[in-house]
Design a protein around this ligand. Structure first.
Ligand code: GUN
Length: 302
């Protein structure tokens, strides 16, 4: 049986990051400008700490100025808003990212809407969501995970998805909804499914493109997949497994890689698929924010 092509997100991200490094050097040399990224984390969620550390490390390896603000879980909403205000007016900072989830006493919407739309490298501000949903992707900051997924889909199928059917599993504001907007903009026929969808497997079986973003380990199995489909796995689930009597944590996607590989044409692995692409898209957004702040076009180039 033929096996699906493994879409190597790590390699694609490394290639993109090389371009970002070069463009960052040019920006510094020609315009004396260094992209600045501020990452804010509130509380001590272990997964968030890992993500934030990776984001800071990647920003530095791209040649960016990078700062991290680590706030106690008990920090008041007002204090978080005050910090965002300061970062909004700090000219050395071009991108602001507040890691989600936030502690329960903080209103996520109040925080994401406080970030200046021009520094909103997460693409969570309503101005950027509005631009994306109206199809103005050139002007919007697009959320990093769906932007990375879209690049992987385009690498496999090209940028025009006319005639193709796409099924997004999950309707979150971070992934599902912006993913649907991007696919629609690329002319795919898009269905967004969620926990209340009836006979999800039958819906997914119609899809040429499947994007799984539900947070349930190995939920999508080979019998759900149309032969020849491309499958993008956004899930990062931590499974406890026992190897030689030792308990270990295994990272697993929402897709059962083995059974889906036997049916699909292409599939992203976990880890090494969507994750590295998400981080590099954050760098691309930050570089673009810096260029825009300097009155440059925000596109790649000089
Ligand atoms: N938590 C999980 N994914 C994300 C993301 O893309 N951005 C932020 N800020 N928090 C997240």
């Amino acid at each position: 049986m033929t096996q699906a092509q493994r879409i190597d997100g790590k390699a694609m991200a490394a290639e993109l990051s090389t371009k970002i490094v070069t463009e960052t050097e040019t920006l510094l040399r020609k315009h004396g400008l260094k992209p600045g990224l501020a990452v804010v984390i509130v509380g001590d969620d272990p997964a968030s700490q890992v993500y934030v550390r990776n984001k800071k490390r990647t920003a530095e390896s791209c040649g960016f100025y990078s700062v991290q603000h680590t706030l106690a879980a008990s920090t008041s909403q007002d204090d978080v808003l005050k910090l965002i205000d300061e970062l909004n007016s700090d000219i050395s900072i071009h991108g602001i990212l507040v890691q989600l989830p936030l502690p329960a006493h903080i209103d996520e919407q109040a925080i994401t809407q406080a970030v200046s739309p021009g520094k909103d490298v997460d693409g969570f501000h309503l101005v950027n969501i509005g631009k994306l949903t109206t199809g103005d992707t050139a002007a919007a900051f697009v959320p990093c995970t769906p932007a990375g997924c879209m690049l992987m889909i385009e690498a496999h199928l090209g940028s025009d998805l006319s005639g193709l059917s796409a099924v997004v599993i999950g309707r979150s504001n971070i992934v599902g909804k912006p993913m649907a907007s991007l696919l629609l903009r690329a002319n795919a026929t898009v269905t967004v499914t969620h926990s209340r969808t009836s006979d999800l497997a039958a819906v997914v079986r119609q899809a040429d493109i499947v994007v799984a973003a539900v947070g349930r380990a190995k939920m999508v199995t080979g019998d759900w997949i149309k032969p020849g489909a491309i499958v993008i796995d956004v899930g990062i689930n931590r499974l406890e497994i026992t190897v030689d009597g030792e308990t270990k944590t295994q990272l697993t996607g929402d897709v059962d890689f083995e059974s889906v590989s036997a049916v699909a044409a292409a599939i992203t692995p976990v880890p090494g698929g969507v994750g590295p692409m998400t981080i590099v898209m954050l760098m691309a957004n930050t570089l673009r924010a810096a260029r825009l702040a300097a009155g440059l076009d925000g596109q790649s180039g000089n």
